[in-house]
Design a binder for this molecule. Structure first.
Ligand SMILES: NC(=O)c1ccc[n+]([C@@H]2O[C@H](COP(=O)([O-])OP(=O)(O)OC[C@H]3O[C@@H](n4cnc5c(N)ncnc54)[C@H](O)[C@@H]3O)[C@@H](O)[C@H]2O)c1
Length: 454
């Protein structure tokens, strides 16, 4: 494939040299004449393992060249890979200035170089975008940037329509500086946010033969995945560092502690606890987080991340409460009361807290939780409910259908089969989904449905 790479910084220069060495015909473009000159002479503008040899070899073989002439680059290639910087603005927001500029330039080049016939849609989409240029954004940008900001610029400047006159995709980059060439050839995954199938096919063809799973997703999802990854990486490092600081203050070797932590691939380094949902609770997590933060404070160790976990958790409770108040109805049905599915344990259950806040505001509440109802008769919770939560015990109903019949607003905190059955008859009641119901994807389109974080 013939590829223009815009921006010869860390991402662009590595992408250009690696794509050229993989057999593509690549032209690098940069506004910085020094970088263009370096690449043209076979020299890498950045310091990275193997990048020097790869650049030299690609330029020597003619697979890679560099230019400052945007129109010439776009006109002689099938794909533009945009790798310009997206630095932080002084207020912390993302600066899109370089992206906007490059979109203008590519748009103008498309206007200059595209025959009028390209606007006419082909009866069958051409294979891998043949005959139309595809603009692929590799730079990191917030969801909405491509479709709301850059596509309109490309369309305005080119006079063409995205999806017809030219293709568009977002293809975030996951390389790490220092090992970027290795990461290019062995990526953790390839994410392709596609405006249409043909645009996505073009990107997929660029990386054909590389390992790792390929995700074809809407453009905004691709934009968000990069932020999700980097937020998690920062979170992991800060978590490990805070645990390290506490260990050091307590005279422990944090690496020995983390060896044990990391060996747990079921609950720790695993997909467990990583699906957005409702607040956590129960007899362990809140108590133990409080205990650890208290121990850190006593040892004069600052742990801002750990100290904000419980406040963050409370925020989800508050959000759920606000969703109920925003729904308007006064008759509320609560499905689920224990702190998580499959148990009757009510200790520090966020559903109990939510119920109490709603009662406090005068909502007319009915509650269904099969496990709690059962334990109320026979189990260990009997005394707990009688002594600590008699006001909630009285609102418990033995049937999900009864609670549904009472409610204008259904707050769903469990996915028990009898709850799902009852909700099938919810009609136009408001459903506030705290657990991501199995049919949440379909329900999201309905105005009465609100997901807590989806
Ligand atoms: N550096 C990384 O490890 C890394 C990893 C993944 C993603 N990213 C993302 O990739 C993007 C690029 O990062 P980088 O570190 O390579 O940036 P960089 O600052 O090293 O390089 C950006 C290049 O773009 C050039 N440029 C600016 N405007 C241009 C234009 N109109 N036409 C052509 N070239 C232009 C600049 O001169 C510069 O050489 C950013 O969005 C970044 O967040 C970076």
């Amino acid at each position: 494939m013939r590829i223009s790479v815009f921006g010869l910084g860390y991402v662009g220069c590595v992408s250009a040299a690696c794509l050229a060495s993989a057999g593509h015909e690549v032209v690098g473009v940069d506004v910085n004449p020094l970088k263009v000159d370096l690449v043209a002479r076979g020299l890498a503008p950045v310091v990275e393992e193997r990048i020097g040899e790869l650049t030299a070899e690609a330029v020597r073989s003619g697979a890679l060249r560099a230019t400052a002439d945007v129109a010439e680059a776009v006109g002689s290639t099938d794909v533009s890979l945009v790798c310009v910087g997206t630095p932080s603005a002084p207020n912390g927001s993302l600066s899109t200035a370089y992206l906007e500029r490059v979109a203008e330039q590519i748009g103008r080049a498309l206007a200059a170089g595209t025959p009028a016939a390209a606007e006419t849609p082909a009866p069958e989409p051409p294979a891998a975008g043949a005959g139309r240029h595809t603009v692929v954004f590799r730079s990191t940008m917030l969801p909405g940037t491509c479709e709301d900001l850059l596509v309109p610029i490309l369309e305005r400047e080119s006079g063409l329509t995205a999806g017809t006159g030219f293709g568009v995709a977002v293809n975030p980059e996951f390389l790490r500086e220092g090992t970027s060439v290795r990461d290019f050839f062995d990526p953790p995954k390839t994410v392709i946010g596609e405006l249409d199938r043909v645009s996505g096919d073009v990107v997929a063809a660029l990386y054909e033969g590389l390992p790792g799973e390929v995700f074809r997703v809407p453009i905004t999802v691709a934009e968000m995945t990069k932020y999700t990854d980097n937020a998690f990486h920062g979170l992991k490092i800060s978590f490990a560092n805070e645990i390290g600081a506490i260990c050091q203050a307590l005279g422990l070797d944090s690496h020995q502690v983390m060896d044990v932590f990391l060996a747990d691939r079921k609950l720790n380094v695993s997909p467990a606890y990583l699906r957005p949902g409702f607040a956590f609770g129960g007899s362990c997590l809140p108590k133990d987080l409080r205990g650890l933060v208290y121990a850190a404070r006593r040892a004069d160790v600052s742990v801002p991340l750990l100290a904000h976990v419980l406040p963050s958790n409370d925020d989800h409770l508050r959000r759920a409460f606000e969703l109920v108040t925003a729904a308007g109805g006064r008759r509320v049905g609560l499905f689920g009361l224990s702190f998580k599915p499959g148990t009757d344990d009510l200790r520090e259950s966020p559903m109990v807290e939510l119920a109490e806040r709603l009662l406090g505001k005068g909502y007319d509440l009915r509650i269904y939780d099969a496990n709690v109802s059962l334990s109320r008769l026979v189990g260990a919770n009997r005394d707990y409910i009688a002594s600590r939560l008699p006001h909630l015990g009285d609102l418990l109903s033995g049937s999900a259908g009864e609670v549904l019949a009472h409610a204008d607003v259904c707050v769903v905190g469990c996915k028990d089969p009898d709850v799902l059955d009852a909700l099938a008859g919810a009609g136009d009641r408001v459903i506030i989904d705290l657990v991501r119901l199995p049919d949440a994807a379909a329900r999201r389109a309905h105005p009465g449905y609100v997901g807590l974080g989806w």
